[in-house]
Design a protein around this ligand. Structure first.
Ligand SMILES: Nc1ncnc2c1ncn2[C@@H]1O[C@H](COP(=O)(O)OP(=O)(O)O)[C@@H](O)[C@H]1O
Ligand SMILES: [Mg+2]
Length: 456
């Protein structure tokens, strides 16, 4: 077609006879548009004549497609070089995928058109009969064809398609996932897959772009694999529970043998007084371990919506008095929010107190000025609480271990405090991180999600 370059569209139309011959030989369309996108000449194979003419041409596109076609023409006439694209049109009352290839003339555009729908049509037919759920959707999110297995999937998910208007419905999570998939495929990146999960169901959804406007989708049901994985993690959870239980038993054995020893001693010496203090403090220690363990395994948590400032202010009194008691300078700043935290305030209180307790214990060895700060702030959808001391801090090897249950550097520690706090915060869909520098101090950063009331 290179020879034609430089010819204007009127000269070209005069050679109509040649064009007709070309068309008859190739069953292709030849079209000429002037600078105003008006179709000035159309040559098509005889079996299609009558249905298409210059007046009806643009009405044959989907509304959306006609706009795209105009853009295509503009690009061609500006670029002055050959380029091609696919468009969906209704030809002989059937939706047909057309491939147009064209080039700029000195005034106007020459296009060669070819039907490619047959290929896609075959594929759609194949998809309909393969024994996995599959369907095709167009750019507007309308399901064009589907097989029974796909309908079954929609039934199982209780996310039906309206048979009269089979558009994806954004109110349904599975439909939204398909839309997401359609968004990520394009002509350069024609294949993609996304995973959809709802309760026990897991589906991997594969999309393959058949044409610029048509996406074929097929679904792999991985529900059984999913269930199996869940069983595995459940098994792992059970294992870690029994590990913790074994740990608790082990931890309890130490104070128990101390108590037993002292009771034997007191029997020998016929006086309990001498050993009373030790025995009583060992019993306290056992109590502490059991307390911590119980709160760790307590399952049901009652949460309610509270304003962050209300929650924090309710903590202030106990913080103030604890710090006063241990001669620690307490500084705080509380940021309010119009959104809510969804928390069990007793548990959050336990977390904050645990952190404070650690700082107080850390200061016990020090004789410098003791200071504890609590800063709160909002970052997007989260509320953050930073608790900081300026005590001895932790070397990296200690910092690495502190999230493990029963790790402690204290003679009378339980090592349950931090893992428990982390678990409680994560149970609230938040995060807990600890930064520490030897000699500088320790900072505990807690974040909790903020909600518009009644949302989660
Ligand atoms: N604020 C802190 N400053 C220094 N070390 C800390 C601090 N908080 C925690 N740690 C270290 O982390 C360890 C684990 O803490 P935790 O889980 O609360 O158990 P416990 O307090 O019973 O030892 C402590 O033994 C201590 O070594
Ligand atoms: Mg502690």
């Amino acid at each position: 077609m290179g020879d034609i370059l430089g010819m204007d569209c009127h000269t070209l139309i005069k050679n109509e006879e040649i064009m007709e011959t070309i068309v008859e030989m190739s069953s292709e369309w030849l079209l000429v548009f002037d600078e105003n996108d008006t179709l000035v000449s159309l040559t098509i194979p005889s079996e299609e004549q009558g249905t298409i003419n210059s007046k009806t041409f643009f009405t044959l596109f989907h509304e959306h497609e006609a706009d795209r076609f105009h853009v295509f023409l503009r690009k061609l006439s500006e670029g002055k070089k050959a380029s091609s694209d696919y468009f969906e049109m209704t030809v002989n009352n059937r939706v047909q995928l057309m491939h147009f290839e064209g080039m700029a003339l000195s005034e106007g555009v020459l296009l060669k058109g070819k039907k490619v729908k047959e290929e896609a049509g075959d594929l759609i037919d194949v998809l309909k009969h393969i024994p996995i759920p599959s369907f095709t959707i167009d750019v507007e999110g309308r399901v064009r064809s589907c097989n029974h297995l796909f309908i079954d999937v929609l039934k199982t998910l209780d996310e039906p398609l309206n048979p009269d208007e089979p558009y994806l419905n954004d109110d349904y999570s599975f439909h939204r996932t398909i839309s997401k998939l359609a968004d990520i495929v394009n002509m350069e990146n024609r294949k993609a897959a996304v995973v959809f999960e709802k309760e026990e169901i897991r589906l991997t959804i594969y999309g393959h772009l058949l044409s610029p406007t048509l996406l074929s989708v097929y679904i792999k049901d991985e529900t059984v694999e999913h269930r199996f994985e869940q069983l595995l993690t459940y098994k792992q959870q059970m294992e870690s529970v029994s590990q913790i239980a074994a740990g608790v038993a082990h931890e309890l054995r130490n104070p128990l043998s101390v108590i037993k020893g002292f009771i034997q001693l007191s029997k020998l010496s016929n006086s309990l007084n001498k050993y009373y203090e030790t025995i009583s403090s060992e019993i306290d220690r056992m109590n502490l371990i059991i307390e911590d363990f119980l709160s760790m395994s307590r399952k049901k948590i009652d949460k309610k919506y509270v304003l962050p400032s209300d929650l924090m202010e309710s903590m202030l009194m106990i913080f103030r008095s604890e710090c006063l008691l241990h001669d620690i300078d307490f500084h705080f700043s509380i940021r309010n929010s119009r959104r809510y935290l969804y928390v069990n305030d007793q548990m959050i209180r336990q977390v904050l107190l645990n952190v404070l307790r650690n700082s107080i214990e850390a200061y016990e060895e020090e004789d410098k000025d003791c200071k504890f700060t609590m800063l709160t702030s909002t970052y997007g959808d989260t509320y953050s609480i930073e608790l900081q001391d300026y005590g001895p801090g932790m070397p990296p090897d200690v910092l690495e271990e502190i999230y493990k249950p029963f790790f402690t550097t204290k003679d009378k520690g339980t090592g349950i405090g931090i893992p428990l706090c982390k678990r409680i915060i994560e149970e609230h869909k938040g995060t807990l991180d600890i930064e520490s520098e030897p000699g500088e101090g320790t900072k505990v950063i807690i974040t909790l999600p903020l909600y518009v009331e009644m949302e989660p």
